[in-house]
Design a protein around this ligand. Structure first.
Ligand code: 5GP
Length: 190
């Protein structure tokens, strides 16, 4: 997706060779018009896959997932990063190791929001080691639903996430694939 790559080049900042900061347009300040374009692109890529639900992980996946769900005309479900006083009953949890926080958290789903037979498009902002996507897939499949595709806004292709997910049979659809980066330098895979 050229407009996304151009935006990463213009406003993204590689903190080092592993972590990309996109907080001025994706995950702190959000550009709604870019999110609408991302939603349209994901909807185009999954055309014909009969998606019944878009699932994402709070909080940075919500904006792109919401625009995709709107375009597909299906509900969006947000997986929470912890239980709370309002999220105690009818839940399923799985442990995920966070790439950015360098600590584990309990990814949490209220089970009634994913149905057996659902064909899920799972969306996240980044793919690094694949821990978040794997955890989300465990919760989705635990409800008897299928992860039909995994949509990633920015894939860091030099990290092992994509290969791991593909080895497990998942279809990974990434809008921008970063081959390598460092301060002031960014290379994409076409
Ligand atoms: P994974 O679970 O694939 O190792 O990492 C994916 C998760 O970590 C995403 O949900 C995302 O929020 C976060 N993440 C991974 N790499 C980056 C990065 O380079 N920049 C930012 N801002 N978040 C990242």
């Amino acid at each position: 997706m050229d407009s996304l790559k151009e935006r990463i080049l213009r406003d993204g900042r590689a903190l080092n060779e592993d972590v990309l900061l996109v907080d001025s347009f994706i995950n702190h300040q959000v550009d709604p018009s870019l999110m609408a374009d991302i939603g349209e692109e994901f909807a185009r890529l999954v055309k014909g896959m009969s998606i019944t639900r878009v699932v994402t992980i709070e909080s940075s996946g919500i904006a792109p997932a919401q625009m995709t769900a709107l375009k597909l005309g299906v509900p969006m479900v947000i997986l929470k990063k912890s239980a709370s006083r309002t999220l105690t009953e009818g839940i399923a949890q799985t442990e995920v190791f966070s790439f950015t926080k360098n600590a584990a958290y309990q990814l949490t789903l209220k089970t009634r929001f994913i149905k057996p037979g659902d064909r899920v498009l799972l969306i996240d902002d980044f793919l690094a080691n694949g821990e978040a996507a794997m955890g989300a897939s465990r919760l989705i499949e635990g409800q008897g639903a299928q992860v039909t595709a995994i949509g990633i806004v920015i894939e860091k292709s030099f990290q092992p996430g994509r290969r791991m997910l593909e080895d497990k049979g998942y279809t990974v659809l990434s809008l921008a694939r970063v081959a390598a980066m460092s301060e002031g330098h960014m290379e994409f895979i076409d």
